[in-house]
Design a protein around this ligand. Structure first.
Ligand code: HXC
Length: 286
């Protein structure tokens, strides 16, 4: 589907790009010709990631910043534009999350997650959007959200609230900035294990076991699957696609279907027997 120059002549910033899904996207972007900037709070993580990204031969820049800091985010965008010559893409991937009963959250715990996810996305998007608008360049923003934006989720309420805000920001900016040639999309990943997320969200092996069982495809997503979707959305292959959230989760979010639980009740072959018995009982009554 992609050629080695699918992202050539694009420079893309990935927040939280030093590890996890951010790093996987960075690798794929660089492999397909993009210059990539990764930012995050921990310099060591960024330096190690950059060493690996350098093998693709494109320009790689690391920048230490907390996306919660509006002014420093602005300085980062200025630096990247100067060093790359231009900036065509932004992936708002940096996130904060942990599991906690909502009644036990401290105000600061709630604030930490919302600040990173919602304010961080605003800070990066506004600075990047202003740069594009003032320099009359086209560009692309991709927000990483979650599948629980629509119905919320117990025990990760601050993340659900903030990611829902980001999804609404995606649609709002897509409409408002379409006139400037700026596309804004989102990806809602289902279960793509990363060390950062899984250590915070799966503190007990029993949680992970049940979690895996309820995914209808019975497997986790592979990072390359998400990275390829991100490439498509960030590339020139999708110029008319904006304001959209693409869910990639092996149909996990569709479990709300009212009779979907039947396959959790008994194996499919047993279910088929139950249905067949009901059918023959009905026939014999006629
Ligand atoms: C309760 C907690 C807590 C926990 C932190 N806090 N962890 N409260 N349970 N497990 C509280 C602290 O006590 C503190 O409040 C406040 O949160 C801020 O904590 P700090 O550690 O000082 O903040 P900070 O260093 O800014 O860290 C932010 C963070 C942290 C969000 C708390 O987890 C983090 O940096 N995360 C980044 C990486 C990450 O979370 N990745 C996963 C994203 S996965 P007090 O009141 O004590 O001061 C994702 C997708 C999910 O979003 C979808 C999966 C399918």
């Amino acid at each position: 589907m992609f050629t080695k120059d699918t992202l050539k002549e694009k420079s893309i910033l990935i927040t939280g790009g030093g590890s996890g899904l951010g790093f996987s996207m960075a690798e794929r972007f660089a492999e397909l010709g993009a210059n990539v900037a990764i930012c995050g709070r921990t310099e060591e993580k960024l330096v190690n990631a950059a060493e690996k990204l350098n093998r693709f031969g494109t320009k790689i820049i690391t920048h230490v910043v907390d996306v919660r800091d509006y002014d420093r985010v602005g300085k980062m965008i200025d630096r990247l534009v100067e060093e790359f010559g231009s900036l065509e893409g932004l992936v708002n991937n940096a996130a904060g999350n942990f599991v906690s009963p909502s009644e036990d959250l401290s105000p600061n715990g709630f604030k930490a997650v919302v600040d990173i996810v919602l304010h961080g996305t605003f800070n990066c998007s506004q600075h990047f959007g202003r740069y594009l608008i003032h320099s009359e360049r086209k560009g692309c923003i991709l927000n990483i959200v979650t599948t629980y934006t629509q119905f919320g989720s117990a025990f990760v309420m601050p993340s659900a609230v903030a990611k829902a805000g980001v999804e609404t920001m995606t649609k709002s900016l897509a409409y408002e900035w379409a006139t400037y040639g700026i596309r804004v999309n989102a990806i809602a990943p289902g279960p793509f294990p990363t060390k950062g997320a899984w250590s915070r969200l799966m503190p007990d092996p029993r949680i992970e076991k049940i979690y895996l069982e309820r995914i209808p495809t019975h497997r986790y997503g592979e990072h390359i699957e998400l990275a390829n979707l991100a490439v498509f959305l960030m590339s020139d292959l999708a110029p008319y696609l904006t304001g959209e959230t693409v869910i990639i989760d092996g149909a996990e979010h569709l479990q709300a279907g009212q009779f979907n639980f039947l396959t959790q009740l008994m194996p499919r072959e047993e279910l088929k027997k139950v249905f067949a018995e009901y059918k023959s009982r009905r026939k014999s009554k006629k």
